[in-house]
Design a protein. Sequence first.
Length: 167
Amino acid sequence: MSVNEVKLRKAEVEFEVRGTGPAGSRTFAIGDEDHTLGNALRHVLASNASVAFAAYSVPHPSEPIMHLRVQTAPGSRGGGKGRRRRRRRPAGDGDAMDVDGGDAERLSAVDALKESCRTLSDQCDFVVGALEEALPEVREDRERMEELQRAGEAEEDYDEEDDEDDD
């Protein structure tokens, strides 16, 4: 193998939720994804008033995985209707404690990610629709690709049936 060759390998994990403790704090490991999806999801999550923190990382360019960290704000169960200010009071040992609620009022990180994925998908559909309206050849290309994909799937199904019949 020469220096310029790169061998792409599939991720060991397709999707994994990591973390314990409050449901509002989780790290998601998403396989076979990179900065393209990571930055888009981070942006949509950060735009959500229910999300206190959103960040992503790609551990190494040769590792086919992206990590996405999501932490939701206390009192965010309402689904993104503006940020609430958190009041803090000192705890007995000098650490600060949230006064305005715990996990019962907090949107889960999984729900925040689901909501952000739906939002991102809707945004992509809007952009593709506008592009296809402005450039009809884009719609024709998409329809042709979908037709080829359906034909390829049908051929794979036919090949699988032939393999089963041979047994």
